[in-house]
Design a protein. Structure first.
Length: 461
């Protein structure tokens, strides 16, 4: 018996850490599940990290099924993705691979996003598989997860996505091509600029990607891009870029920012801080055509007293200069948010005049419900900001005029409201051009303009 005692003690000691570890995970799991019952998204996000450090199949399954499958708040989703991207064991990665191929699209896309941050052949293969999925939102999530990946297989899969029928998928593919800075992408991107029937928004995307890769910028001028390629890159290559297509004319413009997109939304904050006085020189700040015309139109700009006065005039001017093929709507937000029209309007003379009258009659309300204003943009065509109708028929470009205030609504924090918009826009691919009016807080406006697929940030006046 005495000879057996040392052996029994050794076995007991060696078993103790495993029991303690198992108990520790059980405690962490209980803490996570308890924290997820909170109504506060920040508390739920913090609870996700209760299982940080457990690199096991059980931990991976818990994060996917309790967090990524269930919570819709951006802050919590981000925490789940960040934690899942830290898994490195084969058993944990195997769970992520399995979960990426079944279930609701949102869960699958989030798991693929997480695997984009894992250095593993198995994880990369799963993301590449997801980037060919028939579900467009899963495909977008996987494509964006490939942003920092390298290799011939990656480049091929991303290039193949240019053939997708859904424009947001093609937009995501073009964005990733630009971020990868792959010189092999130059020819297909130039072809997008000249492709017959290609949407104007995607031509803009192609131009931005080409600028990032080549450090050249010939705008949307397909013949100039094709000539540059032939003279500087493709001298020894027999590459047909297709017949020359003229650069498209702007469909909408505001304060020097232009777009050739088809569906455009003008957003105007009408909270009380937009009523603050504003002084500027109208002969310098008014649009060139207004300055040249003078008369009654310039007199309107000389009568500007407040930030809201200036913003209204700029939007009215932009509406007046819409191309006939453009479809547009107007969103305003103060205490609440509203779309001016039930659907996108064709930019015919009658609709433009009706919209201008609507804009010029707007007055300021009290607080700024930024969250509802952003949500209104994403739910213009459907109550669900991420359903397929919203994805395919929603706005392509937003002109967003605000002073950056946020103090009203379900989400009062400007940054948290931005987080929700950023999460939606990962799949929607709307370009935000933001204009800080007068004295403004540039942080949230710069964040919105910086969302994928990158917009412009300007100041008025």
């Amino acid at each position: 018996m005495r000879r057996l005692l040392p052996l029994l003690l050794v076995l007991a000691v060696s078993a103790a850490p495993a029991v303690a570890a198992e108990k520790s995970f059980a405690q962490a799991r209980a803490a996570l599940l308890k924290g997820l019952r909170s109504n506060d998204s920040s508390e739920r996000a913090a609870a996700v990290y209760e299982v940080d450090g457990f690199d096991t199949a059980e931990a991976a399954r818990l994060v996917v099924r309790a967090v990524l499958s269930r919570d819709d708040r951006a802050r919590v989703i981000r925490a789940g993705i960040q934690l899942a991207s830290a898994f490195s064991s084969k058993e944990a990665i195997d769970v992520l691979v399995e979960e990426s191929k079944k279930g609701a699209w949102a869960k699958r896309a989030r798991v693929l996003e997480a695997m984009g941050g894992i250095e593993s052949d198995e994880a990369l293969a799963a993301v590449l598989f997801g980037a060919c999925d028939e579900e467009p939102r899963v495909r977008i999530g996987a494509l964006l997860a490939l942003e920092h990946k390298k290799g011939e297989n990656v480049a091929t899969v991303v290039a193949d996505a240019l053939k997708a029928k859904e424009w947001p998928v093609r937009s995501a593919a073009i964005y990733v091509m630009g971020r990868m800075r792959n010189e092999d992408a130059v020819v297909p991107l130039i072809r997008r600029l000249g492709a017959e029937g290609e949407g104007g928004r995607l031509r803009e995307d192609a131009r931005r990607a080409l600028k990032r890769i080549t450090h050249e910028d010939f705008g949307l001028d397909f013949p100039r891009w094709a000539a540059w390629y032939s003279e500087n890159v493709g001298k020894e290559e027999a590459v047909s870029l297709g017949p020359a297509q003229p650069a498209p004319a702007p469909t909408a413009q505001l304060a020097g920012v232009e777009t050739v997109a088809k569906r455009v939304v003008f957003v105007l904050a009408v909270n009380d801080t937009m009523n603050k006085p504003l002084t500027f020189d109208p002969d310098r700040i008014a649009p060139p055509d207004v300055r040249a015309a003078g008369g009654r139109e310039l007199a309107k700009w000389r009568e500007v007293k407040t930030k809201l006065d200036l913003a209204r005039l700029w939007i009215a001017w932009a509406i007046d200069h819409l191309a006939p093929e453009t479809e547009f709507n107007i969103v305003t937000y103060g205490v609440s948010a509203n779309a001016s029209f039930a659907s996108f309007l064709a930019a015919n003379p009658g609709n433009r005049e009706k919209a201008k009258k609507r804009v010029l009659s707007l007055s300021a309300s009290a607080n700024a419900n930024l969250y509802d204003g952003l949500k209104c943009i994403f739910t213009l065509v459907s109550k669900d900001p991420l359903d397929e109708r919203s994805l395919l028929e929603g706005p392509e470009v937003v002109f967003f005029l605000s002073d950056g205030a946020a103090d009203e609504g379900e989400i009062k924090s400007a940054f948290e409201a931005f987080e929700e918009a950023e999460r939606w826009n990962r799949y929607r691919q709307i370009r935000f051009h933001c204009f800080g009016v007068g004295d403004h807080d540039p942080r949230v406006l710069a964040d919105l303009a910086g969302m994928v697929p990158d917009g412009e940030m300007r100041t008025l006046p």
